[in-house]
Design a protein around this ligand. Structure first.
Ligand code: ARG
Length: 578
């Protein structure tokens, strides 16, 4: 059990023992100390209760503090400020914890009390549209959350809900039939599809701007209708588009080391849509509005005055809303999902709010979360674009990351073998891009700045990877002599600080899922690496006398494993040298 949960139990037991009359449902909480000069953890329970008890908060705190049994955890609690009770974990407890976490593959992280089936919907790029840096956020955050949920013992199903059935296919089909460049398709299919889509799109736009007839747009619509009606030729072209796109995507996912259990794109649900809408109509859940079938949310104040959720368009077609309802149904009925997490940009907030309400009206109630994120900006603070004004392709970004990391490795460590250099360049380059993403609060926009993310100083992947390399360096120097075993004796301040940090991995990993914030883990790892550096500077390891050396080697080993595991939960690999 983590220190805060242990202490929390003891505080609540003390409260029960005091016989105070507590407000209904009152539970004291214990959190990391705001000011670590006074302790490691604190509770504000006495301050919260003082008023209803009619006493002064400090007096209540003193009374409560005396009653808390902290045996085996902390020193006697102290009262500070207006009535905080502070706890300092004892060196003996830290030493025992260090021993037990070294014996645990999960480094002290306990499995979730209730294991759930969680479907995570992330990445989900659109066929024939470029996967751009915006998709990077969904892909990296989604993958990290999947890794963490699995680590905590949940059954996770990752599902890439590819946009393979959108209106863009009208234009792609038209372009395919009129201006396909077969050689270009063979050489770089994704680029060719994108070119077709863009060129037809601009012809349509130009027609519209002229204000007259729009024959190209009409022709595209007709192609789309034929596709949806099952026309054999259009189906075959569509199939080919989807296949080449998936193949292209696999290159990006391979580089990122991201994988999916399922690739059920929008098209997978197509056959279910007409009957689904018929059901909604029969149940009185949707009604006609301007020729379309819509779900209204008059009872939800925030949605009542927004556009309704359109499940069938006035031309009889179905769209994103209906597909997403069918998708929830599949996940709940076929996969038995307890929860569905959508890692999708903030602009789709309204869509998901409506979807969740619609699904509940329809009679299903899995836990549904829209895990939103902001934008990525260029170094100039504007939306990231290439020189020609398009959004930047993901694969190019990843290639450049590796390229830049390779140059750094070459400069820092020219004597490494070629294959070592390659491996390091990939770990550092891709790691830097991922870490820059995951170390931000997901809702803030962030600037994509190469030099910052690839720096060996500051809150970056290379800094953390380098801390790992340092731990490995110690063991390499000692060769077979790096033996250590419990019980450990910890005494120096830096040893104790580092040991406490190591124990806090157990608190941190589950905390990420409270509000889906990978940056909580990133901040933790950064602090861990800093504690390790302070320790390493203050406490010699190899030259220490036997007892100290024994404990210090254990601290190095635990740090090394925690960094590797923690970075691994972010999909970032470590290397032994760099
Ligand atoms: N393809 C969509 C886009 O690129 C994202 C899909 C998200 N998932 C979902 N079930 N709606 O905007």
């Amino acid at each position: 059990m983590t220190f805060p949960s242990l202490l929390q139990r003891r505080v609540n037991a003390a409260l029960a023992g005091l016989g105070w009359v507590l407000p209904d449902g009152f539970v004291a909480t214990v959190t990391p100390a705001a000011d670590t000069r006074f302790g490691d953890y604190q509770t504000n329970a006495a301050m919260l209760l003082a008023k209803s008890l009619g006493t002064n908060p400090r007096a209540a705190a003193t009374q409560l503090a005396e009653k808390i049994d902290v045996t085996g955890i902390s020193k006697p609690p102290t009262v500070a400020g207006p009535g905080f009770i502070n706890f300092s974990i004892t060196p003996e407890t830290l030493a025992q914890r260090l021993e037990s976490l070294l014996a645990d593959e999960k480094l002290g992280v306990s499995p979730a009390t209730a294991a759930k089936i969680i479907v995570i919907d992330f990445s989900a790029p659109n066929v024939a549209k470029q996967m751009h840096v915006g998709h990077i956020r969904s892909t990296i955050i989604g993958d990290c959350l999947a890794r963490i949920a699995r680590f905590l013992g949940h059954k996770v199903l990752t599902d890439n809900h590819i946009g393979d059935w959108g209106t863009q296919f009208g234009m792609v089909l038209y372009g395919w039939k009129h201006s396909l460049d077969q050689a270009a398709l063979t050489a770089d299919p994704i680029r060719e599809l994108l070119r077709l889509y863009k060129s037809v799109n601009s012809v349509c736009k130009a027609e519209e701007d002229q204000g007259g007839a729009t024959p190209t747009r009409e022709a595209c619509k007709a192609e789309l209708v034929k596709l949806q009606a099952g026309d054999a030729e259009n189906r075959a072209i569509w199939q080919q588009c989807v296949e080449v796109s998936l193949k292209g995507l696999s290159g990006v996912y391979g580089k990122l080391d991201v994988s999916f259990d399922h690739y059920l794109g929008e098209s997978y649900y197509n056959d279910r849509l007409p009957s689904l809408v018929a059901e909604l109509m029969a149940a009185g859940l949707s009604r006609e509005s301007d020729g379309a079938q819509c779900i209204f949310f008059d009872e939800v104040p925030l949605l009542a005055d927004k556009a309704p959720f359109m499940v069938r368009k006035s031309d009889g077609g179905f769209g994103y809303a209906t597909t997403d309802m069918a998708t929830v149904e599949h996940r709940v009925k076929q996969w038995r999902a307890d929860e569905i997490w959508y890692v999708v940009g903030a602009p789709q907030a309204l869509h998901f709010e409506q979807l969740f309400h619609a699904v509940r009206k329809w009679g299903m109630n899995p836990g549904m979360h829209h895990i939103a994120f902001g934008s990525i900006l260029g170094a100039d603070g504007k939306m990231m674009k290439t020189r020609s004004g398009e959004s930047v392709g993901l694969l190019e970004v990843l290639d450049e990351a590796e390229e830049r990391a390779r140059a750094t490795v070459e400069e820092k460590n020219p004597d490494l073998s070629k294959s070592d250099k390659e491996q390091i360049a990939r770990a550092v380059g891709i790691g830097a891009v991922k870490y820059q993403e995951l170390s931000q609060h997901r809702l803030t926009d962030y600037k994509f700045v190469w030099d910052k993310m690839l720096s060996f100083q500051g809150n970056t992947a290379p800094y953390l990877q380098n801390a790992y390399v340092r731990t490995q360096g110690i063991f390499r120097k000692l060769e077979g002599d790096a033996v250590f075993h419990g019980p450990y004796v910890l005494s120096e301040k830096e040893e104790l600080d580092l040991a406490l940090r190591l124990c806090q991995f157990a608190e941190t990993v589950p905390a990420v899922l409270e509000d889906f914030r990978p940056n909580v883990l990133a901040s933790y790892l950064y602090e861990l690496a800093r504690s390790f550096h302070s320790f390493f500077e203050a406490c010699p390891v190899i030259r220490a006398e036997a007892e100290a050396r024994n404990a210090r080697l254990a601290l190095c080993e635990a740090t090394s494993r925690t960094l590797k595991t923690g970075l691994g939960l972010m999909g970032i690999t470590v290397t032994d040298r760099m």
